[in-house]
Design a protein around this ligand. Structure first.
Ligand code: GLN
Length: 561
């Protein structure tokens, strides 16, 4: 007889009162504490909006687009999930209402519903449930975060689906966690529970009684406030969990343990598991608190008004700091501001490292090129990511090789030296918008290069998200000028149609470096997606180390006068 399949337990995380109260971080932290109890955990994000995925959404509105190994363009919360747990996210772990409707309507067009009327209940809700079941397969615990705030019209089908799952799987297999906000009213000197009461009321109206409340607040929550919330929201007082603002999000899992959240969850879900081993999380927090050194890194970009646009990058820099026991300050610089004065000295003074992140479109491009020149000439540690690599190459072509007008065809389709271009196979396909190179690709590193030294191995795998590639045809001119090193190439399928590299190898350029510079490194891939607090990415570790060296040197120079 086949062994009985173990029932996956579910935790559904909803949010109330306002957005941006850290629902994603809360879900991720629950994953961290339950993994620390030895459970096999996965997470999933259900987003109420109608876009098929966030791929085309403006980062200034929605924050960063997070990319998974399998090439899904997802909500940034999936980044939190991967940073806080060891779960590997795939295209199944991020679902939007748009995607659900799309699939149902495609099925309807194929006649699969045999002429029946298609309705939100049961057809849309069934599709949501199918997708949840698919992601949960083989897991001990599946944490499902519902995007948006309770009360939004568009979130209703998602909430209805999770309500049905509770009915089907019963209380010991499903748990509702509601993350809410308890504001502190300064004039009254009080924490106010009414908004929480109202959002719980809205949830109950649609048939969901939360089991646990995670109450975000900026002040310590006195027992009487917890009691009041418990009474009015019909939640056991032990299940009212306070989540006070902490200096670092990586303290949250420890805070949850202190509040007994892992025990509350285990009790209701009847999980028999060891106590949580939080030693690695304690180590991270200790390292952050021990940090005695400090560096400032400039991110020169065009989405700097919303720091969430560079979420994974900010975190990866923080991890680089953790690895070096240093505090990393980030100075966000609007590339357009550098363009206005054509001068970096003011905006970039006092920075110990310069980072040009990924980006799309030409706005601010010339300002970023000026910042790259500044880093190259003044030997300031430089890290270029995707667009950052493309622009570093353009800077080199123009200013070292004298190729005036060198550019990417993304910005100047008539450039005399299109050093960054649509790859040959996309050009031939004749599509107006070239397809993206998306997801994880292998990259081979050159023996003895900075890349090789940092990674400590010759083959790596990193995530990409771009349409344009370095044009091998023109690369010879740049390499001949000296100083430029192609230290990482992709030799897989995509390399087949590419013309040979200057040294005769078949490959697509993934990493460039400069000789005679302490740290000048740029990659076509986005290393930030794979950095974890428990495993800081080698590039960020190396970049921050170089920035620390630069900072010490800078201070010595100041003392010498
Ligand atoms: N816009 C560039 C491209 O599509 C760079 C993209 C990026 O930085 N991720 O190739």
């Amino acid at each position: 007889m086949p062994a009985k399949k173990r029932q996956t337990k579910f935790i559904f995380v909803t949010g109330g009162v306002v957005s941006s109260i850290g629902k994603g971080i809360s879900a991720a932290s629950i994953a961290a504490i339950m993994e620390a109890r030895g459970l096999k955990v996965t997470l999933m994000k259900l987003d109420p909006y109608l876009n098929l995925d966030p791929g085309l959404m403006n980062p200034l509105q929605h924050g960063e687009v997070f990319v998974t190994d399998d090439g899904a363009e997802t909500d940034l919360d999936l980044g939190h999930y991967e940073r806080f747990s060891s779960a590997v996210m795939t295209k199944n772990n991020s679902v939007t209402s748009g995607k659900v409707y799309w699939d149902v309507l495609e099925r309807e067009r194929r006649g699969e519903y045999r002429g029946r009327t298609i309705q939100v209940i049961p057809h849309i809700t069934d599709e949501i449930k199918r997708r949840i079941a698919l992601t949960a397969e083989g897991m001990d615990l599946c944490i499902v975060e519902v995007g948006g705030t309770v009360g939004d019209i568009e979130g209703l089908p998602l909430l209805e689906a999770i309500r049905q799952i509770r009915l089907e799987l019963s209380r010991e297999n499903t748990l509702f966690v509601h993350v809410t906000y308890v504001p502190y009213i300064r004039t009254a000197g009080e924490l106010k529970t009414k908004p929480t009461q109202h959002s719980v009321m809205a949830l109950r109206e649609i048939g969901i009684q939360p089991d646990i409340l995670i109450c975000r607040s900026e002040k310590v929550m006195p027992p009487e406030v917890k009691r009041k919330i418990s009474l009015f929201c019909n939640v056991h007082p032990d299940n009212v969990i306070a989540a006070i603002d902490v200096p670092s999000v990586y303290e949250l899992p420890l805070g949850f343990i202190e509040e007994g959240l892992d025990s509350r969850i285990s009790e209701q879900l009847q999980i028999l598991a060891k106590d949580a081993d939080m030693s690695d999380w304690k180590e991270i927090v200790d390292r952050m608190k021990r940090a005695s050194k400090e560096v400032t890194v400039a991110i020169v970009g065009k989405y700097v008004d919303l720091h969430e646009s560079y979420k994974s990058l900010n975190e990866a820099l923080c991890h680089g700091g953790i690895a070096n026991e240093a505090k990393v300050n980030i100075r966000f610089i609007e590339a357009g501001d550098i363009e206005k004065t054509s001068d970096c000295s003011g905006l970039l003074s006092g920075v110990d490292g310069i980072l040009i992140p990924g980006g799309f479109g030409s706005r601010g491009g010339e300002g970023k090129i000026l910042a790259i020149s500044w880093a190259r000439v003044n030997k300031v540690p430089f890290l270029g990511i995707c667009l950052g690599l493309q622009l570093a190459l353009i800077e080199f072509a123009r200013n070292i090789c004298g190729l005036q007008g060198a550019n990417s065809t993304e910005f100047d389709p008539d450039s005399p030296y299109p050093i960054v271009n649509v790859p040959p196979e996309s050009r031939e396909s004749g599509e107006e918008i070239p397809p993206m190179r998306l997801g994880a690709f292998k990259c081979l590193l050159d023996e003895g290069s900075l890349a090789h030294r940092l990674y400590g191995k010759k083959e790596i795998e990193e995530r990409h998200r771009h349409r344009y590639e370095v044009s091998n045809e023109l690369l010879g001119k740049l390499v001949d000028a000296g100083g430029l090193v192609i230290s990482g190439i992709h030799t897989g399928e995509r390399a087949k149609s590419a013309p040979p590299l200057p040294d005769g190898r078949r490959g697509v350029v993934d990493i460039i470096e400069l000789k005679d510079h302490p740290f000048f490194f740029a990659s076509m891939f986005h290393p930030e997606y794979k950095s974890r607090p428990r495993a800081p990415h080698p590039l960020f570790k190396g970049f921050i180390k170089a920035a620390l060296n630069y900072s010490e040197e800078r201070q010595r120079r100041l003392v010498r006068g």
